[in-house]
Ligand binder design. Structure first.
Ligand code: 2U9
Length: 389
């Protein structure tokens, strides 16, 4: 090549000059001898960025590029030389288009590679939990769900009632004598008396729910009543608000044998053990006669309690046959129907099953405690898959 271009602009000037030469005498012009083809090839093959490529393409082949503007007057040339000029133009365009096409392919490939490198996914990274999996179910809620699952399997329904109760439903209908200590301001949270002298209170047990059920529903009755309860009490093992589940069965032939079987099946399912010995001790509650306290067999080891074997006993619930006065107070004839009932503290059985030491932690809303003792939201307890799996 006579004048090797020193820059891209230099190449453009050379091309412009050659186009003038073509138009002046197309027959004597021979592109293959000028070296322009290899100059174009060499410049375009060095193009490294999309911007450089675009600049080259526009300046060579664009609407205002060297080829378009250089041959713009093709129609005005003498008809004799026009076909030959057209042929030369075609050759020149082909000499530019070949390296431009190759450069475009190269840039696309390297762009794709860069994207693949920068956007690659490390499949070995741990998967982040979905938002609905991050929260934890409080152990009390978990135990409520476990207890409900077990009794639902035995055909029980869940009954609920208000936390604020009347004196009548919380005490009187349940056969509490007028001078019973639970009726004292020291033990129960009372609201201020109404003008008629009656006072509302925060229920001290879920038993008013059974009262409401018996008043509104004919036997047979088979219910459990889970819920919040309140007593004016606060120390290491008592909180002013706590949780209970009580159960009630009323039917014509209900007896203590049924109660014993239900409680044994409950304890085996809840503590997830194959067998458990139980001990029924005589006790007293105003609303049951006879009344019993129930212990289950356990083993105490290094401050931990294990159920299902051992020589120790642990009290877990109270129960009894519903007192005839209670049935009568709730519109049920005690000569036709008999019932049995039981009650247990949810907080207590949760602590026993899951080994928490201090009851107060249940209500401190400490996120670290909850992430340790809490349960995964989608692991709903089932008897088939394991309650606490
Ligand atoms: C009606 C009739 C009878 C419910 C019962 C107990 C025994 C009992 C305690 C366990 C631990 C309360 O949470 S706790 O402190 N409960 O021992 N509860 S029988 O008896 C009823 C309930 C309603 C109409």
């Amino acid at each position: 090549m006579a004048n090797a271009p020193k820059s891209f602009d230099d190449l453009l000037i050379i091309l412009s000059k050659e186009i003038i030469e073509i138009k002046a005498d197309p027959a004597s012009f021979n592109l293959s001898t000028t070296g322009t083809t290899s100059a174009i090839q060499s410049y375009i093959s060095q193009v490294a960025t999309t911007a450089e490529y675009e600049n080259a393409r526009v300046k060579l082949l664009g609407k205002h590029g060297v080829i378009t503007t250089g041959f713009a007057d093709l129609g005005n040339l003498p008809p004799k030389i026009r076909p030959a000029v057209g042929e030369q133009r075609k050759e020149l365009v082909a000499a530019i288009e070949a390296p431009i096409g190759a450069a475009q392919k190269k840039l696309q490939a390297s762009g794709l590679e860069a994207r693949l490198n920068s956007e690659s996914v490390d499949v070995t990274l741990p998967v982040r939990e979905a938002p609905f999996e991050i929260g934890r179910v409080h152990p009390i809620t978990q135990v409520f769900d476990e207890v409900t699952t077990i009794f639902a399997d035995m055909g029980f329904s869940v009954a609920e009632g208000p936390d604020i109760e009347t004196d009548d439903y919380n005490f009187t209908k349940l056969n509490f004598p007028e001078d019973h200590p639970a009726r004292d301001m020291q033990d129960t949270f009372f609201f201020n008396p109404k003008p008629d002298g009656s006072r509302l209170l925060l229920r001290t047990h879920t038993s008013p729910v059974q009262v409401r059920t018996m008043l509104s529903q004919k036997p047979p009755i088979r219910i459990i009543c889970p819920g919040r309860t309140y007593r004016s009490d606060s120390d290491q093992t008592h909180t002013p608000m706590f949780h209970q589940v009580e159960g009630l069965v009323v039917d014509k032939g209900s007896h203590l044998g049924h109660l014993k079987w239900i409680l044994e099946e409950f304890c085996k399912a809840f503590f997830e053990v194959g067998r458990v010995k139980m001990r029924f001790r005589p006790s007293f509650f105003p609303f049951t006669e006879p009344s019993l306290e129930v212990d289950i067999q356990c083993r105490r080891e290094k401050g931990e309690v294990r159920f299902g074997d051992g020589d120790d006993w642990m009290e877990i619930l109270g129960c009894g046959m519903v007192h005839p006065n209670v049935l009568r107070n709730c519109g049920i004839d005690p000569d036709e129907f008999q019932g049995f009932a039981w009650g247990m503290g949810i907080d207590r059985i949760a602590m026993l099953k899951y080994g928490m030491a201090d009851l107060r932690a249940f209500f401190e809303a400490d996120i670290r405690w909850l992430s340790h003792y809490g349960f995964r939201p989608l692991d709903w307890p089932t008897l088939a898959a394991g309650l606490s799996a």
